[in-house]
Write a protein that binds this ligand. Structure first.
Ligand code: HSE
Length: 301
């Protein structure tokens, strides 16, 4: 069985913990069932940050897969798991969401698909902790997500196909756990009001394709101003992208990646070279041009 799962960008600026979208960069997983009675599971990893991916039961994909066997009261099989990691770890691009969602989906297929997609996405949110990553990873598109009475609720909108996302992926890794520790316990009323306005404007501008509003709608007062001290280059990168035709810039998830939105027609190799050259002064990074994608998990048996 082969699975491909998309990277995700959560928050999109002011939509802290509630907005997320799937991107055209994929982690790939393959599960081979062995016909022996050893019940051994072997994990093989390759690709970006492969050396950091555990090969024991703490591996997110394996952990999630095993969880489905436990819930459905099935005996674990002898397996080989191959992971091709293309989404860098701890950069705010949802690499761990692909592993948890992928493991759950693979486990469910092996156990006869007894769990519904809704049950799987709830399990994924429990394991990974962030519905704004796991929902778009599973279902694709541009998603509004929340938890009501501890259950995930979401609305998926089609991916805005006329936008590109320039992802600026710094060398520096930042764990979500750490990036949440720098957030304040309380925020001012005016900041809360500004975020409510901006997130409404952001959803409205994407759905109505009034992209000229994104420059204002992407401004956030809840998390980016506090996380910026972990990423001192953030404002310079935003400025450079905005001076080079970007519609709006945000921290992707909890960072360290910065996502800059562009009209697809405005982005080309010349612009990319020019942005890359200007960024060099501030940051060691890799840059990719991605699209928003409509599909989440892609499975092949
Ligand atoms: N909404 C979460 C955060 C996303 O910003 O902490 C984690 O990827």
């Amino acid at each position: 069985m082969k699975l491909k799962l998309p990277a995700t960008t959560a928050n999109l600026g002011p939509g802290f913990d509630c907005l997320g979208a799937a991107l055209s960069l994929y982690n790939e997983f393959e599960v081979k069932v062995l016909n022996d009675n050893t019940k051994k599971v072997e994990i093989f990893t390759e690709g970006i940050d492969a050396e950091l991916i555990p090969k024991d039961e703490t591996n997110h994909f394996y952990y999630a897969l095993k969880k489905v066997f436990e819930i459905t009261k099935n005996k674990l099989l002898s397996l080989e798991i191959y992971i091709k990691n293309n989404i860098p770890l701890q950069r705010g691009l949802g690499s761990s969401a692909t592993a948890y969602v992928g493991g759950l989906v693979a486990g469910n297929i092996l156990c006869g698909e007894v769990l519904s997609e809704y049950e799987l996405v709830n399990l994924a949110a429990e394991l990974e902790g962030h519905p704004d990553n796991v929902v778009p990873c599973m279902f694709g598109g541009f998603c509004i997500t929340t938890k009501i009475d501890k259950k995930v609720k979401f609305i998926k909108f089609p991916a805005p196909k006329d936008l590109s996302v320039l992802v600026i992926i710094p060398d520096k890794k930042i764990s979500t756990e750490y990036a949440r520790k720098v957030l304040p316990k309380k925020i001012g009323f005016n900041d809360a009001v500004s975020n409510v306005s901006n997130v409404a404007l952001l959803v409205g501008s994407i759905l109505s394709k009034k992209y000229e509003f994104l420059r204002y709608a992407t401004v956030d007062f809840l998390h980016q101003p506090y996380r910026k001290k972990l990423m001192p280059w953030m404002e310079s990168v935003f400025r450079i992208c905005l001076e080079n035709k970007s519609l709006g810039c945000v921290l992707s998830g909890s960072g360290s990646t910065i996502a800059a939105f562009y009209r697809k027609k405005d982005i080309n190799e010349n612009l990319l070279d020019s942005v890359q050259l200007k960024l060099k002064k501030y940051i060691n990074c890799e840059i990719k041009i991605l699209s928003f994608v409509n599909k989440g998990v892609i499975t092949k048996e």
